[in-house]
Write a new protein. Structure first.
Length: 161
């Protein structure tokens, strides 16, 4: 391994070495050592420069990828927010419709078909159909509490509940 500093610079020369320093072979040797150290330094600097260029390219690619991911995340966020707003609107519409139907059921406590048969009872229920859950009436035939035939029920028993 070649030292980065010429040997003459790592300590002060002695008297004999001072005379040798200025001889032609000594100067040539020192020049070659200095040129070799300079070439090693240049080589290391080029390696460092190449690594920095490569690192810059990698960072630039990462930055571009990060920007793409951020744009995609922002678009997905906006999409989810829009979907959430639509769901809230649908829930509000359904809540309003439920309240309307509940108000109608309180205003008219008998089933529309119960006038024809006193033994029918009405029930509010949720039914599932192809479009989701809906609120509606169901009518069920139940026995008269007194087990009487409708023809023999009194007017009070036949009155809508």
């Amino acid at each position: 391994p070649v030292s980065l500093q010429p040997p003459c610079l790592d300590r002060l020369p002695t008297e004999v070495e001072r005379e040798e320093l200025f001889t032609q072979p000594s100067l040539s040797r020192r020049l070659r050592e200095t040129e070799a150290a300079h070439a090693d330094t240049i080589l290391e600097l080029e390696k460092t420069r190449d690594m920095l260029i490569l690192q810059h390219r990698i960072n630039r690619d990462y930055q571009a990828e990060l920007e793409g991911v951020m744009v995609q995340a922002e678009q997905e966020k906006r999409g989810h927010e829009e979907k959430q707003q639509k769901m809230v609107q649908l829930l509000d519409l359904r809540r309003t419709r439920i309240r309307q139907l509940e108000g109608k059921s309180r205003a008219s406590p008998t089933c529309p078909r119960s006038n024809s048969c006193p033994c029918l009872t009405h029930n509010h229920c949720w039914r599932q159909n192809w479009a989701g859950w809906t609120f509606g009436w169901t009518c069920a035939l139940i026995p008269c509490p007194k087990r009487l035939c409708p023809a023999s029920c009194s007017e009070e028993e036949l009155a809508p509940q």
